[in-house]
Design a protein around this ligand. Sequence first.
Ligand SMILES: Cc1cc2nc3c(=O)[nH]c(=O)nc-3n(C[C@H](O)[C@H](O)[C@H](O)COP(=O)(O)OP(=O)(O)OC[C@H]3O[C@@H](n4cnc5c(N)ncnc54)[C@H](O)[C@@H]3O)c2cc1C
Length: 622
Amino acid sequence: MGLGTTSPLTVLGCALAVHSAAATGSHHFATDSSTFDYVVVGGGTSGLVVANRLTENRHNTVLVIERGYFDDKPEAIIPWYSTAVDTSVLLNPRSAPNSKLYNATHNVTVAAVVGGATVVNGMGCDRGSKADYDAWEELGNPGWGWNGLLPYFKKSTTFTPPNPDVVDRWNITWNSATYGKGPVQVHISNFQYPDIDTIWEGFRQQPGVTFPPGSSSGFGPGAYWSANTIDARGMTRSTARSAYYDPVNKTRSNLRLVIGQTATELLFDRGKPLRAKGVRVVSSFDAKVRNVYARKEVILAAGAVMTPHLLQVSGIGPASVLKAAGIKVEKDLPSVGANFQDHATVVLWFNLSTPSFPNSDSMSNNATYNATVWEEYLTNRTGPVAAANSNSIIYYSLAQVLSPSAAASVASRLLAQDARQYLPAIYSTSSALLRGFKAQRAILAQRFTTNTSSYTAQPLRGNGQSPSPLLKPLSRGTVTLNLTHPESLPVVQYNTFINPIDEELAVAVVRRSRRYWASPALQKLGPTERQPGAEYQTDTEISDYLKANRLALFASLAHPSGTCAMMPEKLGGCVGSDLRVYGVKGLSVVDASVIPLISGTSLQATVYAIAEKAADIIKARG
Ligand SMILES: Cc1cc2nc3c(=O)[nH]c(=O)nc-3n(C[C@H](O)[C@H](O)[C@H](O)COP(=O)(O)OP(=O)(O)OC[C@H]3O[C@@H](n4cnc5c(N)ncnc54)[C@H](O)[C@@H]3O)c2cc1C
């Protein structure tokens, strides 16, 4: 991670244990109770929200089962660490080889820690455009459009603006009306490197750019001051744990969280209809196996990679896959593990010959500066260590990446495709899945021709790294249990570029990024393209480079979603708009798996809002 000479681990005197041992004593199973009103699988982002809200009613008892532990390391607390991922709290399976990328495999970032991905994520906290969420409603989910979600975006968040002098100096904008008084603390950093001026001057020079107020307002394309999940009261990371668990842990005897416990199977009453009655759990401490039971519901919040896995090992999934793995089919549901989406990302790098000092590389290449700013953080909670990854981002519609007429032509070609040719095999055996994809495709084609939602973005830190995620992927991946070892980690197939239009548009995104870096303002930094490199000019050259270089094309931005999609069952859905799994009573899903069509930004704000809404839906059915 390049800390120069002074490691904050040393500065903090290693007072913080890796897995908070103090916490484990009270987070084992009690011997006396194995039945709760609700059993939540996964003490991550969505699981802790739902557990908190359900236990607001002291008559509800809730058990949260979490495979990870408490993480009180500086990496989980200090904002600067968001610039790199702490892999010690990840499961990190490798993806399956992708034939479109010369059989490359990729990291799959699966958090295993109390607080889930919010403990390791990049701390960006933006919302997609109104049109992104309205698409969910158009796909047959009443109440799940922007207007239905906005109260929950607000309910989950509190925004603390930067200091007034900082606001004036940088012209920072936000929209207070889109935040509430919720547990997740959101902030735009007081610290900005001087070259951020140049980054914004570059934004202003992009044709057609707009400057909507606030990255939380649902506007879509435009240049924004992007927010972070920072708790401005102490300049620490705000996580699902710090927001939804720590504040109530001591006072709610009806909430129990067990750690180091992995849910391995759902338990059913096999009447008609099938009903989930509990969960089988294995302990990482002593390998003991227990059954726990839910009087009302089992709620799955294990994330978009592990929730479909748990469903499949329990007999809910595509019958052909389950049979091949020797698993009894409880409910044939082809949607479990299909519709997998993430934000594949092209990454350009520029060498900067004339950056200002300090800049976002200074902490790693200047030991004196590094020591000074750590001291500053520990003394005053200010400076770059108190800041997260990036606050400056520009989002582009497809029409802004190409041209309005070229975007319209892409939309027409997309609609003319024989969809089955570019989808995973499971779509050829399920007419419902295929119908669902076509419904998604019609919406995407419409979005491609308007400026209502974003196709790509450039979050910039002022160094030469220039990532651009593909925010509207057409390719669909799969999460499938391992046929020979179903209990082991699932097989994750990203299928990046399985749809050739994604590949074509990735090239266009490289060109869009280059145009930004070629704008007059950016010349102040003296940029020279290092990745891919100026010698890659034709579509084929650029595309081949991306496909052959894992550092130039990330298959994932750690935004897995869609693997138990909220859509009507006749469209290949897995849960309805009430979040109940089709064909199974007493079983809901509340995590990123339910996202039917990935929204055009990072996911945490969206997952918090989904989980807040889920809690109200579950409460209402009593
Ligand atoms: C490295 C990384 C960087 C990211 N950066 C950003 C960012 O900058 N901005 C942003 O908006 N989003 C970001 N995201 C995405 C965002 O944080 C996630 O989409 C969101 O938090 C997912 O919430 P979830 O509830 O679906 O899953 P999670 O938060 O992952 O929770 C799932 C929980 O279930 C537990 N679990 C899984 N299986 C079992 C089992 N069988 N038994 C018991 N427990 C189980 C896991 O240990 C985990 O705690 C990032 C994610 C990662 C991983």
